[in-house]
Design a protein around this ligand. Structure first.
Ligand code: G3I
Length: 362
């Protein structure tokens, strides 16, 4: 039965590609992306997906892949030791199946989004129980195609690690991550496995440690298919984007045979802020185009934005709003417009820029 469902999904993908032949810049992004055999998608929040029909319709129309904002994190799937709940994640998986959307699983191992009882890092036994429970549940899923096996294992900066080689968060050993990847492959080798992280979009301390870790996993014989490049980007007229450094990161990953995938893209504008929303939206759009051109030149085939509408962007949530530039200054909150559609789900210049980048991709 599992196999039949998988074949059906394959057919559905090809229908998407066939339907994509007559597209223009205003076509759904999933169709424009399909003309280049690529996928566009977004992180979705189940809390809104099943309450706001306009939001659900937008996701179904635009996305050929989605990732749950929080429904597959440890606190959602294993809130008590050994007690698994998949109600909210399954609801998203069913939405995906109904709308012919692939599901990217985020995430099996992170230092956040955890229940209070879980230490960081968890013991290997806890990891094995968790991976068995969660990956096992989706083993025969016709929509779940890939996992962020580990998320943000590199320390935030070099002062917060005891590990000069791999720069891992305190307490995390490379062998634990290797064992996690190897165990995951024993549970379900049919999915794509990613190591996912932020702050690697340039030649930075974090990107160099991340690449070392990818290399280590490869050399240890672990299954690692992709590198999730989150891409929560900050653009500003006060500083540049390290395009050359980012291209080298992408090239190195391709050389290692580990496919770069954009997993959490959004664009925040840093000070000095422009004097109008129109100018801000243009800056965000230019940022998307510039960034995606570099990605597509390196053959990236999957782009997931972290949300689709400014209505639900994480960066406007009080827990996450950047303190200095925005939270301390309520008069500029309306400048947090990092996504392709606005609060009213109207397309922004950024949507156009994403469409253009897909259309011009080699
Ligand atoms: O579920 C409660 C809800 O019942 C309550 O009304 C609301 C009040 O604020 O809080 C809700 O919980 C929030 C949860 O997201 C669900 O929306 C938490 O406060 C909030 O802290 C939590 O934040 C999420 C965060 O990861 C931690 O899990 C963000 O939405 C989510 O966008 C963010 O995503 C991360 C990626 O996983 C990894 N990369 C960075 C990215 C952005 O931080």
């Amino acid at each position: 039965m599992g196999f039949l469902q998988k074949d059906k999904q394959k057919e559905d993908d090809s229908t998407d590609y066939i339907a994509a032949t007559n597209t223009d810049v205003n076509s759904p992004l999933r169709q424009i992306a399909a003309t280049k055999k690529k996928r566009y998608g977004a992180a979705v929040d189940g809390e809104f997906l099943f309450k706001e029909k306009d939001y659900a319709d937008l996701i179904a129309r635009e996305c050929s892949i989605v990732t749950p904002n929080g429904e597959l994190k440890w606190n959602a799937t294993e809130p008590q030791p050994g007690k698994f709940t998949f109600e909210s994640a399954d609801a998203i998986a069913n939405f995906c199946q109904k709308n012919n959307i692939a599901l990217h699983g985020h995430t099996l191992f992170w230092h956040m989004g955890n229940p209070d009882w879980l230490p960081y890092p968890p013991t290997l036994e806890m990891i094995q129980r968790h991976v068995t429970g969660v990956m096992g549940h989706y083993r025969n899923s016709p929509v779940l195609k890939s996992w962020d096996i580990a998320n943000e294992i590199i320390a935030d900066n070099e002062n917060e690690t005891d590990d000069p080689t791999y720069g891992l968060r305190r307490g995390v050993k490379p062998e634990l991550i290797r064992d996690l990847f190897k165990f995951a492959a024993s549970v379900d080798p049919t999915k794509k496995f990613y190591l996912n992280d932020y702050g690697i979009e340039g030649a930075t301390w974090r990107s160099s440690r991340f690449l070392k870790m990818v290399e280590y996993l490869k050399n240890s014989g672990a299954k690692i298919d992709g590198a999730g490049i989150q891409s929560h980007l900050w653009f500003s007229t006060a500083y540049g984007f390290d395009a050359t450094g980012f291209s080298s990161v992408l090239k190195r990953l391709n050389d290692l045979g580990v496919k770069p995938v954009i997993t959490e893209l959004d664009i925040i504008i840093d000070t000095p802020l422009p004097d109008s929303i129109q100018k801000l939206d243009q800056m965000v759009a230019d940022g998307y185009k510039r960034f995606l051109d570099i990605c597509f030149a390196a053959d990236v085939d999957t782009v997931i934005t972290w949300g689709i509408t400014d209505r639900h962007t994480w960066i406007r949530h009080p827990d996450w709003m950047p303190k200095k530039t925005y939270r301390d200054n309520p008069s500029v909150w309306q400048f947090l417009r990092p996504l392709p559609f606005d609060e009213n789900l109207q397309p922004k210049l950024a949507r156009n820029a994403i469409a253009q980048a897909f259309m011009q991709a080699p």
